[in-house]
Design a binder for this molecule. Structure first.
Ligand SMILES: Nc1ncnc2c1ncn2[C@@H]1O[C@H](COP(=O)(O)OP(=O)(O)OP(=O)(O)O)[C@@H](O)[C@H]1O
Ligand SMILES: [Mg+2]
Length: 222
C-alpha cells in the first residue's frame, strides 16, 4: 500500500503527518515501513542526523543505468521499523523514470508512506514528479488546515485526494463538514494543532515517541 501525503499550502503539517503515520504504522503492525522523502525535511522532523549521499533525485537522474533494485541500496535505517529513502542531491526530474519508481513502490511488501510536499502550482519538473507520484498512490492524503486560502488552493490543485487529514486549529470558523463539502473527499483524521506537537518536533523527539494526541488522531489512517 502506498500512502502519499501532500498539501496545497505550505507549512500546514504535511511532513509531521507523514513521519508520524510511518512511526504509528510500524509500531502498530510491527512490520517495517518505507518512508519516502520527496522534499527533504523528514530527517529534521524525525530528529535524526541528515543523511549524506544519494537519494531519490540521484536515482531518477541516473536513468536506466541504475537498476530499479538499486533503490533499496539508498535506504537508511531511520528508526526501528522505519527505513528512509532520502530526497538526495539532484532535482526530481524525469516523469518516465517516476513511473518506474511508482511501480517499485507498488511492488513493495512494506507499507510505503511518501511526503510529496506542497503540490499547488506544479509546473517545475520537481513538483510535476511529486504530483505524478501522489496521483498514482493507493491513498492520496491532502493535509490541510481548515483555512479559506488553503482550501482555495486545494480546489485548484492538480489532483483530488482520496481523503483529507485536517489539522484543526482553535478558533477557526470552518469545520470538517465544510472541508468535506469544498474538497469533495472525506476527512479521515482530525489532528489537533497542539504546541506540544511542535515542541516534540523542535526537540527532535518525534521518532522517540509520537505525542499521544497525534498518534490517536492518525489511527484511522495508519
Ligand atoms: N499538529 C500540529 N500541531 C502543532 N504544530 C504542528 C503540527 N503539525 C506541524 N506542526 C509544526 O508546524 C510546522 C510545519 O510543519 P511541517 O514541516 O510538517 O509542515 P509542512 O506542511 O510539511 O511544511 P512545508 O510545506 O514547508 O513542507 C513545524 O514547526 C511543525 O513542528
Ligand atoms: Mg514539509
Amino acid at each position: 500500500m502506498v500512502i502519499c501525503c501532500w498539501s496545497a499550502k505550505g507549512g500546514v503539517g504535511t511532513t509531521v503527518v507523514a513521519a508520524a503515520l510511518a512511526l504509528v504504522a510500524s509500531k502498530r503492525s510491527e512490520r517495517s515501513v518505507l518512508l519516502v522523502d520527496l522534499v527533504g525535511d523528514l530527517p529534521s522532523v524525525l530528529g535524526i542526523p541528515e543523511p549524506e549521499g544519494p537519494g531519490i533525485g540521484d536515482w531518477l537522474s541516473a536513468g536506466e543505468d541504475v537498476p530499479a533494485d538499486g533503490l533499496a541500496r539508498l535506504e537508511v535505517a531511520a528508526v526501528r521499523g522505519v527505513s528512509l529513502l532520502t530526497r538526495g542531491t539532484r532535482p526530481l526530474a524525469g516523469n518516465e523514470r517516476a513511473e518506474v519508481l511508482c511501480a517499485v513502490f507498488d511492488a513493495e511488501p512494506r507499507d510505503v508512506i511518501v511526503d510529496c510536499g506542497c503540490l499547488w502550482r506544479s509546473g517545475d519538473g520537481d513538483a510535476d514528479v511529486r504530483r505524478s507520484i501522489a496521483a498514482r498512490a493507493t491513498h492520496s492524503l491532502l493535509v490541510t488546515r481548515p483555512c479559506y486560502v488553503a482550501l482555495r488552493h486545494a480546489v485548484a490543485a492538480p489532483l483530488t485526494p482520496s481523503a483529507v487529514v485536517l489539522v484543526e486549529e482553535p478558533g477557526r470558523s470552518l469545520d470538517a463538514w465544510a472541508v468535506e463539502e469544498v474538497i469533495g473527499s472525506p476527512v479521515a483524521c482530525r489532528v489537533p494543532y497542539d504546541p506540544a506537537i511542535a515542541r516534540a518536533v523542535d526537540a527532535g523527539l518525534l521518532s522517540q515517541r509520537v505525542p499521544r494526541q497525534l498518534e490517536r488522531a492518525l489511527r484511522g489512517a495508519a
